[in-house]
Design a protein around this ligand. Structure first.
Ligand SMILES: C[S@@+](CC[C@H](N)C(=O)[O-])C[C@H]1O[C@@H](n2cnc3c(N)ncnc32)[C@H](O)[C@@H]1O
Length: 232
């Protein structure tokens, strides 16, 4: 049977479902007690130096950090004098980030909100960062988000993403959605979505972007650099 891809209205309906509410609830609770790895900058962003070089070479100014968590990478970029806005659905993460922001000489704007319903006007940013968020959405919602970003990031702008690939066997208890996304049922990951990406799947996610680079890092992460070639 041919798989149905969610259209705009289906995506909006899904966002009102209890399945989706449970996944955002998972992230709210997660930030009350995050994994220790969250604080290991080099582990999470082994490619950060390459990203700095890339942004410098194309004269990026305004960056949107999509699913910014407690702002780890937002602050690193603000220290390099970029104007950074971070958005995350977790009020706990955003209040941690704002707390750091008030103690830091570099200002970052943080918004608490859903990345699937962002308030930013057309062309607000010349680059976007999406670190470890696409794999935690359903594939259909990730595609919807990637398409929305085409209007928020200006034509010619860049979207830089990292996606981690966790072996499906590591999860014991889950249901599978029609787009092949897992909904985890384990007690400590109750409601979390996880979508496993291969390189081909990543390319299908960025189908409307020009993928300039896709690199598999040795610790099972991908780094993707894509350019918004549209004029919409
Ligand atoms: C694995 S964490 C990555 C955080 C950050 N990008 C980093 O690299 O440290 C995923 C983040 O996405 C956020 N998130 C998940 N779904 C979201 C949504 N629909 N809207 C906004 N943020 C979301 C979570 O709250 C969490 O902070």
């Amino acid at each position: 049977m041919k798989k149905k891809v969610l259209d705009h209205q289906d995506s909006l309906d899904f966002l009102n479902s209890s399945i989706y509410a449970n996944s955002t609830q998972y992230w709210q609770n997660y930030w009350l007690n995050p994994l220790p790895l969250v604080n290991q900058f080099e582990y999470r962003y082994p490619d950060f130096n390459d990203i700095k070089t890339l942004f410098k070479s194309i004269r990026v100014k305004n960056i949107l950090d999509i699913g910014c968590g407690n702002g780890a990478i937002s602050f690193e970029l603000a220290r390099l004098n970029y104007k950074v806005t971070g958005i995350d659905v977790s009020p706990v993460a955003i209040s941690q980030a704002c707390g750091k922001s008030s103690n830091d000489e570099f200002d970052v704007d943080f918004d608490c909100g859903d990345v699937l319903d962002m308030p930013y006007p057309y062309g607000s940013f010349d680059a976007g960062l999406a670190f470890y968020i696409f794999e935690f959405l359903t594939f259909d919602l990730a595609s919807y988000l990637v398409n929305q970003l085409k209007s928020i990031i200006m034509p010619g702008g860049l979207l830089v993403s990292s996606i981690s690939t966790i072996d499906r066997d590591k999860f014991l208890n889950y249901e599978v959605l029609p787009d092949d996304t897992l909904i985890l049922k384990d007690e400590n990951q109750q409601g979390m979505f996880y979508h496993f990406y291969t390189e081909a799947k990543i390319l299908s996610l960025f189908i409307n972007w020009q993928v300039k680079e896709i690199t598999r890092l040795d610790n099972d992460k991908y780094l993707i650099v894509a350019r918004n070639f549209s004029n919409n």
